[in-house]
Write a protein that binds this ligand. Structure first.
Ligand code: SF4
Length: 374
């Protein structure tokens, strides 16, 4: 089974913390939709099994009209074998989700909405320069729950000046809507973002790692107490509502990413498209794929598996390490992980190396210590 990721590289305004690829010039939207549809045709030989998920990410896919969304979904169906009842997710921003729009979207084949709430509080939304306000954040969820059963929202923690009380209130508001899935990320300061500049100039305080770690633990305990499973560090789902798209990615299944900056993964190699809208459109119109390809070495694949495995409840399967990568890799992993096991950050359970509650927030750092480097 495979997944298709469609990157829509447009946003109404730039959030201060964002380093994804997007443009606020929406003039090329129509040409972009045509180019993405053409890329789906050009790359159809890359997937020979069935497609089980289609994911519109961005950018802000909800800037597309319903006609454009349906056109792209149809382009997938026209060129790939798609299972019955695939998971089809649309990332949407609250300011696009009016009642009418939600009703229209519910008539499209979209069956999962991922709403970029980030915070229910005006102070946080202004600090991050989100396009929506606190009222829109609540209203759109209220409306969306009338028409969609499978909804996820994003929340950000570790925001400067957002104390634990406001963070708890954010989580509580999300819980009050009875949603089946929540994704939550620490605010990170990426190079070349407005947030980075504001912190350097002293306009905003820097993010505080200790506060972020504390808020992560608050998140885990509040959501677990309400029946959510923290199946990946940043993802919490009720049983039967884990994201099929993301799970496939973490389990190393094939996915094809189309649109500028989209990444693809095919087990032994990965590729990524150019991060430039006009060049992407021009190349695709000329029948050329504007991408770079990297063949993954055994070490690359081992490192990637350790990294993703430690972030999930499925952990790193030690028998798989031996069968797929060899005895030396298993020996190395056991040696490198022993100190983390002794310190209570990792545990071996039923042949799987897993992060404990204590180690979860630190999983990426721990994984990098287990990487094979020569
Ligand atoms: S809406 Fe999303 S993709 Fe667009 S600027 Fe904000 S965070 Fe980035």
């Amino acid at each position: 089974m495979s997944g298709i990721y469609i990157h829509i590289p447009f946003c109404k305004q730039a959030c201060h913390y964002c380093d994804f690829h997007f443009s606020t010039q929406l003039g090329k939207k129509e040409a972009m939709v045509q180019a993405i549809a053409k890329e789906l045709v050009l790359r159809k030989s890359e997937i020979d099994d069935e497609v089980e998920t289609i994911y519109f990410g961005g950018g802000t896919p909800s800037v597309l009209s319903d006609v454009e969304i349906e056109f792209l979904i149809q382009s997938v169906y026209d060129n790939y074998k798609v299972i019955d009842h695939p998971e089809i997710t649309l990332e949407a921003n609250p300011d696009d989700l009016t009642k009418n729009r939600i009703i229209q979207l519910s008539k499209c084949p979209i069956n999962r909405l991922s709403i970029g709430i980030q915070s229910f509080f005006e102070e946080d939304l202004r600090l991050m320069n989100r396009a929506h306000n606190a009222g829109e954040a609540e209203e759109c969820i209220q409306e969306a729950t009338q028409y969609f059963d499978n909804i996820t929202i994003d929340l950000i923690y570790g925001i400067p000046d957002m104390g634990n009380d406001r963070w708890k209130a954010n989580i509580q508001k999300a819980l009050d809507f009875g949603l089946p899935h929540i994704s939550s990320y620490a605010l990170t300061v990426e190079p070349r973002t407005a947030l980075k500049k504001f912190i350097e100039k002293g306009v905003l305080p820097d993010v505080d790692d200790e506060q972020a770690q504390e808020q992560f633990h608050i998140l885990v305990s509040m959501l677990e107490a309400h029946g959510f499973v923290n199946y990946e560090i940043s993802n919490f789902g009720k049983p039967d509502y884990f994201s099929k798209n993301n799970t496939a990615y973490w389990l190393g299944k094939t996915y094809l990413g189309v649109g500028p900056s989209a990444h693809s993964f095919h087990g032994t190699h990965r590729s990524w498209n150019i991060r430039n809208n006009p060049t992407y459109i021009k190349k695709i119109e000329e029948g050329e794929l504007p991408m770079e390809i990297e063949t993954l070495s055994t070490t690359d694949r081992y490192n990637e598996y350790v990294m993703t495995g430690l972030r999930t409840i499925w952990g790193v399967d030690l028998a798989r390490i031996e069968s797929e990568f060899g005895k030396n890799y298993l020996k190395y992993l056991n040696q490198q992980s022993s100190k983390f096991v002794e310190q209570g950050f990792l545990v071996v359970d039923d042949g799987k190396l897993l992060t404990t509650k204590k180690g979860k927030f630190l999983a990426d750092g721990i994984a990098s210590d287990l990487f094979f480097v020569f």
